[in-house]
Structure formats: C-alpha cells, structure tokens
Design a protein. Structure first.
Length: 85
C-alpha cells in the first residue's frame, strides 16, 4: 500500500497546490486536518473531488464515516482499497 499512500500524498500536493511540500514531508499516519497537515474544509472538498476522479470511487458527503476516512493518508488508502473490491 506504500505506492497508494504516495499516490494519495502526491494528489494532495497537486490538487491543493502545496508547492513547498514533498511526498516525504507528509506523514502517512498524521492527521490531515488541524494539527497535522493543517487542511481546512475547503481543502476537504477539493481533495474529495480529486479522489473521486482519480480513483473512481463514491464518497458520501457529510457522513461521520467519510470524516473518519479523511483522517490521514493511511485511512484514505484503506478506504480506497476497500472501494476497489
């Protein structure tokens, strides 16, 4: 799943125009919002759309499960893997 983690990290960098951050700067298990990477709700919307498009999966808006999936790169990778089955 390392490749998927790196793909997600690169997607975060690309879709949110994080020019000063590299894939290696993003901790796979760190929170994406708040203290971790510091993303906000607008970033979440953009990232959600980019994930839907790149990985062709359905993401339910405003559900507690979706919020849990977006906790970290690792949780996003697990969610994407579960949707590919």
């Amino acid at each position: 799943m390392t490749t998927l983690n790196n793909d997600i990290k690169q997607l975060i960098i690309d879709c949110l125009d994080l020019e000063d951050i590299s894939v290696d700067d993003i901790d796979t298990d760190a929170p994406l919002f708040g203290e971790g990477l510091g993303l906000d709700s607008i970033d979440a919307l953009e990232l959600g759309l980019a994930i839907k498009k790149q990985f062709d999966i359905k993401i339910e808006a405003n559900s507690d499960a979706t919020k849990a999936h977006f906790y970290s790169v690792a949780s996003l990778a697990s969610f994407i893997e579960s949707q590919r089955v």
